[in-house]
Design a protein around this ligand. Structure first.
Ligand SMILES: [Ca+2]
Length: 480
């Protein structure tokens, strides 16, 4: 068994799992009733990533105002998991999990930026490189999905959000982002125009790949509905006419604008004659609750609560994965092993997520009923030590959710004040997590804490307390 606390899993065990899953897949061909044929060629893979969108904010998720006809259609054609999650509710770590198949505490990219700390300065001085470059270099060690797919002949294209240097650094064969240290290279530069300025770079790439008869991987991560909330007037006016507050209407209109771009992408795939040989996956990197003041509610983006970590997840592969409304739990940690299995590719080690291909194809229930997640400070206190910034860990077991607080360095961004006590919620009856049941159910808290420690032990942190925000650097200098 690998020890997840030490980082990247043991490569030997991965081979064993691959062999058994290949056998299982072969048996499934005869066992399942759904008619499909094994693809002669590996499928194209298109990953659609929303940015800062609440899990409720789609037509198919029941939102009363927001219209998302294109994603509604995708949902109706997909294996749809309404109870989907990302393990970390912040952009960069959420994306790193999607590209590495590893949790943040394993790939070490726990936040968006390196904090200005003595630990990071020491790393930078020792390496003679800026801390930001050292943070990017984590992906050189973990490897990445495009590299593993390339071994099976895939070409790949990056557009939209991308934090890990250039697209080449991530193993993409084509892309839009020059990355750090180039101007505006923090999280996407030219790539951030995708969607807002149309889809030509992506559709051109698809056309070239189809013409060359190459399997392809598309990373479509537009900066949408993310701020700046600058939707077309036609969409903004539509939501204002519904009587929605203007600041909220802008966000709603951004959700629909993003939906329109997804429709354009999916229509292009379908009209290119590759619908049946293309696996489309959908996820949002973190949640969002728009406020009338123009910011986001504390229990949304960055939060370990439901409106931070929950997202619908979808897998569309017509003729291979039957459309279904799936009641099970699912996590974006499952995307990499599932994509690799679909492509007949392998990574250099086993992954903590599940290859769901068998269950997706057969409709058979996923037996796992437990998901894990973790939250770290926005700014990383120590780029080589994930626990230095650890603030929360959570486990969902069925409908019970335990949330534990840790005393990692929160950095310059503030977090909601709280006691630090364990929080236990019944998500079935209290999806808004309003009633903390921990003090009435000490045994359940103990059980779920033990399950969290089977995941990994946060041995460098004290649970049950929250560290005070770091004093502003300029103010601390003035103190005697
Ligand atoms: Ca985001």
């Amino acid at each position: 068994m690998h020890n997840v606390t030490t980082g990247i899993p043991n490569p030997r065990r991965f081979l064993t799992l691959t062999t058994s899953s290949t056998i299982a897949r072969g048996a499934l061909l005869f066992a399942c009733t759904f008619a499909y044929a094994e693809s002669a060629s590996p499928p194209n893979v298109v990953l659609i990533l929303s940015d800062d969108q609440g899990y409720t904010d789609y037509g198919f998720m029941g939102h009363p105002e927001i219209e998302t006809p294109n994603l509604d259609r995708l949902a109706s054609e997909s294996a749809l998991f309404r109870r989907g999650y990302v393990p970390t509710a912040l952009c960069r770590p959420s994306l790193m999990t999607l590209i590495t198949g590893l949790y943040s505490h394993q790939n070490k990219t726990t936040g968006n930026d390196p904090a200005n700390t003595s630990a990071n300065k020491a790393h930078a001085d020792r390496a003679g490189q800026p801390a930001r470059e050292l943070l990017i270099s984590h992906i050189d060690k973990t490897g990445s999905l495009p590299k593993w797919l390339a071994e099976k002949g895939y070409v790949s294209h990056q557009s939209g959000k991308w934090w890990e240097g250039s697209y080449q650094r991530g193993g993409f064969t084509e892309g839009m982002t020059a990355g750090f240290p180039n101007p505006r290279g923090r999280h996407g530069d030219a790539g951030l125009r995708i969607g807002r300025d149309g889809l030509k770079p992506v559709t051109d790439f698809i056309d070239r790949s189809v013409a060359a008869d190459k399997p392809f991987f598309v990373w479509y991560a537009p900066f949408m509905p993310h701020t700046p909330h600058t939707p077309p007037a036609r969409l903004l006016e539509k939501y204002k006419a519904k009587g929605v507050h203007e600041r909220i209407a802008k966000y709603y209109a951004m959700c629909e604008w993003f939906d329109e771009t997804c429709g354009a992408l999916i229509n292009h795939i379908d009209e290119s004659g590759i619908k049946e040989n293309t696996l489309v996956l959908y996820v949002c990197d973190n949640g969002w609750i728009q406020t009338e003041q123009g910011s986001y509610a504390v229990r949304s983006k960055r939060s370990p609560h439901e409106h931070g970590t929950r997202t619908p997840l979808m897998f569309r592969w017509p003729g291979t994965i039957p459309a279904a409304d799936r009641p099970e739990l699912c996590s974006s940690i499952d995307f990499v092993p599932t994509i690799l299995a679909a492509a007949g590719a392998t990574g250099p080690h086993e992954f903590p997520g599940l290859n769901l291909l068998k269950e997706l194809k057969s409709g058979k229930a996923i037996e796992r009923d437990t998901l894990f997640g973790e939250s770290f400070a926005h700014d990383i206190a120590d780029i080589e030590n994930p626990q230095a910034s650890l603030l929360y860990r959570w486990v969902i077991c069925g409908y019970d959710k335990l949330l534990l607080t840790y005393d990692g360095r929160p950095g310059k961004m503030t977090y909601p004040p709280q006691s630090g006590e364990p929080q236990l919620f019944d998500l079935q009856n209290d999806p808004g997590e309003n009633e903390n049941l921990a003090s009435r159910n000490p045994e359940r808290v103990k059980q779920l804490s033990a399950i969290l420690n089977e995941w990994y032990v946060a041995d460098e942190r004290q649970a049950g307390r929250f560290a005070a925000a770091a004093p502003k650097a300029d103010k601390s200098k003035r103190k005697p």
